[in-house]
Design a protein around this ligand. Structure first.
Ligand SMILES: *Cc1c(COP(=O)(O)O)cnc(C)c1O
Length: 388
């Protein structure tokens, strides 16, 4: 009898087969552009589509196939395609599934480069990109048109942190034959099981928790449906979405510790967020595990944890100049994009300029809690509050 192992054990005990006589744990790094065929017949029958063999470095190596198989396993999917960044993976979905005359729906809180891509598709490619309230839930049915092909979701939005009702959105979409893609980067596929809530495509920015080292850019698309994977794989091939072997190895190396790191980020972030909630400088803590966060009840229902990323709204009496001074005064928190690495980060956002629907109020500042001792991070924030 085989019993399904826990995810943590699967992250350590991989299906990787080392070369005969060399039973080491790490996956081998294979570099290649050319892959040599044994004869013309095998060259002519070579298929980039089904991964039954190797045809060209751009279409996959044993290293990238190993990483793809492991990522599919983590998300409980069947197929996985790698891209050179998270944003490239997002673009691959749009180019695979949208054509001139089609319509795509994106949440108002969508990852900003995804919004920028939507703007480009609308301006130059004859696709309409429309935006919806991330808390719309089943109400999205009213926005779906006969030419709507794709709905992007993000859970939660990575700046304003609203948690969408994915089962309700997916049901409305599937009733009308529309596909749903989920940017599942915040939860790394650990705290939210994307296929359980009904999405068709899971996108991951492996740049974040999977790598964990602040040293790799990579993305992935995970699916369960063979035909859908083939549509994505065609775009993957046409756009030349190859990834470097050393980068793929770095992500493979990060996977064994990913869940433990994620849990450490989660615990520390909740501790810092709880402390911030008690401070008079802060009006609202936008962390899905806290009641003030829009969609908190959905988070409680659908998620098993949280990451290291959350935002706060400062009290409205503080101007942008004051909160900028606060961010500049932090010493352990560095100012920079991305997250999922060991170092804590802090970014102030001009969110009203990004979103038409954002209500007036205090300044939004986003924290990524790294792997430092949270007591030191709290002391850093407390010291920086004096700069307000
Ligand atoms: C970082 C990120 C991406 C893009 O990943 P890159 O590898 O930086 O291109 C996409 N979505 C979310 C939510 C992200 O945080």
């Amino acid at each position: 009898m085989t019993t399904k192992k826990s995810l943590q054990t699967t992250l350590v005990h991989t299906g990787y087969k080392a070369p005969e006589g060399f039973a080491a744990f790490p996956s081998a790094i294979h570099h290649a552009s050319t892959v040599v065929f044994k004869d013309v017949a095998s060259m002519r029958s070579g298929q980039w589509k089904d991964k039954s063999g190797y045809t060209y470095g751009l279409h996959g190596t044993p290293t990238t196939f190993t990483l793809e198989a492991r990522l599919a396993e983590i998300e409980d999917g069947k197929y996985c395609l790698l891209a050179p960044s998270g944003l490239a993976a997002i673009a691959m979905v749009d180019f695979a599934l949208l054509k001139s005359g089609d319509d795509v729906l994106l949440p108002e809180n969508v990852y900003n480069p995804n919004r920028e891509l939507g703007r480009w598709l609308s301006q130059d490619f004859g696709v309409t990109a429309r935006y919806y309230d991330p808390l719309i839930g089943a109400g999205i049915a009213a926005l779906i048109q006969p030419n709507t092909r794709l709905i992007w979701t993000e859970a939660p939005g990575s700046v304003s942190m609203e948690v969408p009702d994915l089962p309700a959105i997916c049901k409305a979409a599937h009733d009308r034959g529309v596909l749903v893609a989920l940017d599942n980067t915040w939860s790394a596929g650990l705290a939210l099981r994307g296929f359980d809530v009904g999405v068709d495509i899971i996108m991951q920015a492996l740049t974040k928790y999977q790598s964990g080292g602040s040293d790799v850019l990579m993305g992935a698309l995970i699916t369960r449906d063979r035909q859908l994977n083939e549509r994505l794989a065609l775009a993957h091939m046409r756009l030349g979405m190859g990834v470097g072997a050393d980068d793929a190895y770095l992500v493979l190396r990060g996977l064994a510790s990913m869940k433990l790191r994620f849990e450490a980020h989660d615990a520390a972030a909740r501790r810092v967020a709880a402390w911030l909630k008690g401070r008079p400088e802060i009006a609202t803590v936008l962390h899905p595990a806290f009641e003030d966060c829009p969609g908190h009840a959905v988070w409680k229902r659908d998620f098993s944890g949280a990451g290291g990323l959350f935002s706060v709204l400062f009290d409205a009496r503080y101007s942008e100049r004051q909160t900028d001074r606060f961010v500049d005064a932090l010493t352990l928190f560095k100012i920079g994009w991305s997250w999922g690495g060991a170092n804590s980060l802090c970014v102030p956002y001009r969110i009203a300029a990004m979103r038409k629907d954002w209500p007036a109020g205090g300044q939004l500042v986003r924290f990524n809690i790294g792997l430092e001792d949270p007591a030191d991070l709290i002391a850093d924030i407390e010291r920086a509050f004096a700069a307000l």
